[in-house]
Design a protein. Structure first.
Length: 229
């Protein structure tokens, strides 16, 4: 089953002669349980592509379908609901709320979706165990390491079992060992819950752990290949 179908995406910022083509006619498709890495130099359009695919931004042209839902027909409220129910996000900066414990941070998407507090906490504990944080449930973000913060962010992103996970430089603030551990967790989630992962990274080692690699330059995909890993 297709988790993501993006066709001929184009994103132009500004207008007239000063318009900037951030993404120029890019297409990408992910099936359930697949991991695709997007690599390329800074400013090549990686983050813009991920934002378009995750419904965080609207394309100037082209179409995006997430888990069978065309994004073009959705208003702002519809996009918010789709992101809340079908998409998870992990970024380079962990974006955890400092006044909440890790388990409360992980449960937050469920509470926003109207899940009862007790059920949300139970699901958050299961997700924390999956990423190796069962012993840190009641710690606050200031009390744990960077690797544990990012694993918490991954757990929060998948606690609602999305079809698509958007991961924008998720290992950018981590050392090599913790970066590899986060990738291993993402790949395990591919298998365990069937989430498709679209991952942007500068790290060739991380990219090699994906199923496919898309190489971008100047807003274009210049090469697409299976990973050698």
């Amino acid at each position: 089953m297709s988790a993501l179908q993006a066709r001929e995406l184009r994103k132009v910022y500004g207008g007239g002669e000063n318009g900037v083509d951030a993404v120029r006619g890019v297409s990408v498709e992910l099936t359930a349980g697949e991991c695709v890495a997007v690599v390329g130099p800074s400013g090549c359009g990686k983050s813009t592509l991920l934002h378009l695919c995750g419904g965080m931004d609207r394309p100037t042209a082209g179409t995006v379908v997430v888990d069978g839902v065309p994004l073009a027909g959705l208003g702002d409220d519809g996009l918010t609901q789709l992101r809340r129910e079908r998409v998870g996000f992990v970024f380079q900066f962990f974006n955890l709320l400092p006044t909440l414990t890790l388990v409360e941070n992980i449960a937050l998407p469920l509470l926003l979706a109207g899940v009862a507090a007790g059920e949300g906490a139970a699901q958050a504990r299961l997700c924390a165990d999956r990423v190796g944080l069962g012993h840190r449930l009641h710690h606050y973000p200031s009390q744990v390491s960077g690797g544990e913060l990012q694993r918490s962010a991954v757990a929060r992103a998948v606690v609602h079992r999305p079809a698509l996970l958007i991961a924008d430089e998720p290992t950018g603030n981590l050392d090599t060992d913790n970066g590899r551990r986060v990738l291993d967790i993402l790949r395990a989630l591919n298998d365990d819950i069937g989430v498709a992962v679209l991952l942007a990274t500068h790290d060739q080692t991380i990219a090699a752990g994906a199923d496919r690699i898309l190489r971008m330059r100047d807003g274009l995909v210049v090469d697409s290949s299976d990973s050698a890993a």
